[in-house]
Design a protein around this ligand. Structure first.
Ligand SMILES: Nc1nc2c(ncn2[C@@H]2O[C@H](COP(=O)(O)OP(=O)(O)O)[C@@H](O)[C@H]2O)c(=O)[nH]1
Ligand SMILES: [Mg+2]
Length: 238
């Protein structure tokens, strides 16, 4: 595997109704990395136009399919265009593009398939902190190891993981949670970089109902994925 400095790396930004934030986010991302892809997902505002005006690559299918599906579309595009890795970050300003260099440095050090930006949960506003802490405990118990931040969408993936994630049937937020379980199941070490915790005027697009009732389901699925892989390995001849 090449060094981060010699790699072809794409910044991948899923975006849904981010007209208020995308322009400033892209401006900051451009200072860190030249190759950028925005995946607009049927936004009803000027998200696509902002990406076009900024001169970055844009995928836009005109109707909403979910963040996970947009990420898969982005990986497919990155693989077809010969990228060695993607760094994915949110378009709403919650991920500081200045941290991109920290992901590349961590990749140079570890060559991990997956590097995740971890926030300090103590800095998350109270209501979100409580749900995130419960989610962290549930998910860590389900996968059998401490996962500091399963909700963070600030991540770096190499081609191997991008290819593997194209097989996932998740299309919304649970896609990113499943990605962690897949790495554990495959025995791929996950690496972490600290990122700042940013909350400003952005409004989450996550459905609270889905968060509360869908999360235990995704934890059980994560457990199943890991157990199935373990059984597969055990049933292979020595
Ligand atoms: N392409 C796409 N992006 C989405 C969708 N939902 C959310 N996003 C983007 O994914 C990122 C994180 O979404 P957000 O709702 O802020 O999640 P939260 O910060 O975890 O509550 C933002 O950049 C959103 O614009 C979607 O359905 N499709
Ligand atoms: Mg957000």
């Amino acid at each position: 595997m090449k060094n981060g400095e010699n790699m072809k790396i794409l910044a991948l930004l899923p975006a849904y109704n981010e007209g208020a934030h995308l322009e400033s986010v892209l401006k900051a991302v451009k200072k860190q990395i030249t190759d950028i892809l925005v995946v607009d997902d049927g936004s009803k505002d000027n998200t696509s136009q902002i990406a076009r005006d900024a001169g970055v690559n844009l995928l836009s299918r005109g109707y909403n399919c979910g963040k996970g599906q947009s990420l898969k579309d982005g990986y497919q595009w990155a693989l077809e265009n010969g990228y060695d890795a993607v760094i994915m970050l949110d378009s709403d300003g919650q991920h500081d593009p200045a941290c991109i260099k920290d992901f590349i440095a961590k990749f140079n050090e570890t060559h991990a398939h997956l590097i995740i930006g971890a926030r300090n949960y103590e800095e998350i506003p109270l209501v979100r902190r409580v749900s995130n802490k419960i989610g962290k405990a549930l998910f860590s118990a389900a996968v059998g190891e401490n996962i500091p931040d399963n909700q963070s969408g600030y991540r770096m993936l190499d081609r191997v993981l991008m290819e593997r994630m194209l097989l996932s049937d998740e299309s919304r937020y649970h896609f990113e949670v499943e990605m962690i379980a897949i790495c554990i199941a495959e025995g791929w070490q996950i690496e972490w970089v600290p990122i700042p915790t940013i909350y400003a005027d952005e409004v989450s697009k996550q459905n609270p109902f889905d968060q509360i009732f869908g999360f235990p389901k995704v934890c059980l699925k994560a457990r199943r994925i890991i157990q199935q892989k373990r059984q597969e390995k055990c049933s292979q001849p020595k």
